[in-house]
Design a protein around this ligand. Sequence first.
Ligand code: FCB
Length: 451
Amino acid sequence: MTHTSILRFPDGFLWGAATAAHQNEGGNRNNQWAAWEQQPGRIHNGAVAGAATDWWNLETAAADFDRAAELGLNSLRLSVEWSRIEPEQGVFDQTALRKYTEMIGLLRARGIEPMVTLHHFTDPLWLTDLGAWENSRVEGYFTRFVARVVEALGDQVTLWCTINEPLVYAYLGYLGGYFPPGVNDPRRAFNVLRRMLLAHGRAYRTIHRLQGNARVGLAHNVRVFLPGDPARAADRYAVALLDRIANRNVYDAITRGRLNPPLGLGQQVTHLIDACDYIGVNYYSPGRAAFDPARPGQFFTRQFLSPKAELSDITPNGEAYGEIDPHGLYLALTQAAAYGKPLYITENGVPDHDDDVRPRFIATHLAETWRAIRDGADVRGFYHWTLVDNFEWAAAWSLRFGLFDFDRETQTRTPRTSAAVYSRIAQANGVPVNLLEQVAPGYGSGLDAGS
Ligand code: FCB
């Protein structure tokens, strides 16, 4: 580490922040999350997204885009809200589409390349009434919506993310009961996941039909599992099984077109073969897994946090959000890279209200990204979750992920130290070694930086 001063990233690397419509726009009342927020006991402290960070007001959005540009970011991931664009089944709102055109124009005017997500957890209420992603017609509904968006925004957008975290939508909504519709039924969860992957494939084809130079992928919430006891074969088996179910099944579906159990019987779906131009990796923390014969419903596995690990902020259920482990990102990237596609880190971040961890978190996760690139992963961009603290779903305003602190009462944004750290990295197109040494003393010596 003495012979290099920067962990340099490839030319043209995208340095971004990731956001989502319902968490930022405010005023979304026509989707299933807004309805869920009205139900007692669903959201921490009974909170609602409400005005959120007020991005539907384009002046506010523009001011935040200025903040991103001032940090030196050259990309921003944002989503469009289906329930605004298609408020009733088959009825498309041109005013909403025009507003998104303007919003994206504001990014472009600042030299910020948009990555547009077409589905980020929220469904219009009309779709909820039809059974949402359990309805066999959802693929058709989704692709019709996607086509309208691409026709409207295609002049300004070529980087598309079809669906954010199908696994999380399916699991938390249909296995944990933590997200709407609050169901607990594995069969339904896997059915939803399968339909989302199939719909991704249709959306992929639709976008390419409309736009020759599109780059289309989905954002997968990578679960990096570590064995509870590495010496125990049963725990290693638990890890391999969970890895197959949570990660490899998704990659196999969108690259090889295979629907492996429990998503299918191993059949190959033509429209899913090679259905991505990149894989979007969302990584926050690893999970520990152990074999547990008492849990047949969980594939005989138990997941837990290591008491020895460094933990991030506590969620409303009293547990830490996750373990902090930059090396997990290296593992996530090298695993995904083996599928032969370019990668974007579509989300990475940490809930850290006092920002005592985030500066180190950012620098070390990017150091591990650099190492994965050195070892052959074709990583094209990194999106920190998130720019300004926003509505964190069921945890509402209690988890703070922003580079900017957000005061909901006054709508005031205040930059955290981590904003300056990320800014230095983005502007240098790499991690300056002295910065890494400053925020994570000793970390660089394990990296074998080369020249
Ligand atoms: C991801 C979601 C994103 C945000 C972060 C913290 O799972 O995609 O909307 O909530 O977690």
